[in-house]
Design a protein around this ligand. Structure first.
Ligand SMILES: C[S@@+](CC[C@H](N)C(=O)[O-])C[C@H]1O[C@@H](n2cnc3c(N)ncnc32)[C@H](O)[C@@H]1O
Length: 277
């Protein structure tokens, strides 16, 4: 079987299994196994697969057909132009979260050598993106999960400004120096939404997804616990679920934030809520 034939039969198979983007996923898996990308397929795709490649691709196809996440199979996923190591135990970085990074970088304009928190850091994607574009920043990346921490350490090792902190964000605030900016994409899925998750998301850690109080628990806790950790004119910015911008805005006002506003993601959804002190 040639690489091209393997690509099209894998794409057909994933389509039949209900995978959302079968062509894309097939191309990614074929490239991971053979090194032949979709762009190179017309010429290099005429070569037959080696027996080892066929065996590996068959294994990956089976797993993807079971709706195991593509990103975990590849072991790496790009966020804000930075390759992030991912695997079971850590949340896969989402494109939506780039809105929080954009917002953070805008809020940091004009602040030199800022202190930034990335609370509930997971893979460290937010911390890494801030550190890449603001190498003068000191970023505290706080994470509790023992499964996520190895990914966080690996993904942030190349950024000297990042300090990985193992601990519970609900307890550790007083040990951190005051900050100019708090960023957080905390767990925010309510119990009822947990029942309706896409098949792939069920392989991601529940600890990264589920939150009490209709998904609002971490916003309530972090905003009140960390108000005093913000320097004068400091700000906190949270990623929120698509129904949460109004309640989270209200939570930030109740926590004493003076100016509260929202930012939309590329799909026009209010994805980030900002509170300025
Ligand atoms: C929605 S994920 C966000 C991960 C990453 N920041 C991102 O945007 O992809 C939430 C993260 O919070 C972590 N977490 C949950 N409860 C925590 C707590 N009490 N203290 C610190 N981290 C916590 C989870 O393990 C998970 O990595």
């Amino acid at each position: 079987m040639t690489i091209k034939q393997a690509y099209s039969s894998l794409s057909d198979y994933l389509h039949r299994q209900g995978v959302e983007s079968p062509d894309f996923d097939a191309a990614q898996l074929v490239a991971a196994v053979t090194g032949v990308t979709k762009a190179k397929m017309p010429i290099e795709g005429t070569r037959p697969l080696t027996p080892l490649e066929l065996e590996r691709l068959t294994q990956l196809a089976k797993r993807r057909g079971e709706r195991y996440p593509l990103q975990y199979l590849l072991g790496e996923w790009e966020f804000y132009g930075i390759p992030m190591a991912v695997g079971e135990g850590v949340l896969i970085p989402r494109a939506d979260t780039e809105t929080l990074v954009e917002t953070g970088l805008t809020l940091l304009k004009g602040v030199s050598r800022p202190v930034v928190y990335d609370l509930c850091s997971g893979s460290g994607c937010i911390a890494a993106a801030i550190a890449k574009y603001r190498p003068d920043a000191i970023v505290y990346a706080v994470e509790l999960s023992k499964e996520a921490l190895p990914y966080l350490r690996k993904n942030t090792a190349a950024f000297p400004g990042i300090r990985v902190v193992e601990g519970d964000v609900l307890e550790i605030g007083s040990q951190l120096p005051p900050c100019h900016l708090l960023l957080s994409n905390p767990p925010y899925i309510s119990d009822s939404e947990m029942q309706q998750l896409q098949s792939e998301v069920r392989y991601e850690p529940e600890m990264a997804l589920r939150a009490e109080n209709d998904g609002l628990y971490f916003y309530q806790q972090i905003s009140s616990l960390y108000h005093s950790r913000l320097l004068e004119e400091g700000a906190m910015a949270f990623e929120v679920g698509y129904t949460q911008s109004a309640p989270v805005s209200q939570i930030l006002r109740q926590a004493g934030m003076k100016e509260v506003f929202t930012c939309k993601d590329l799909n026009g959804i209010e994805r980030v809520v900002v509170g300025k002190k």
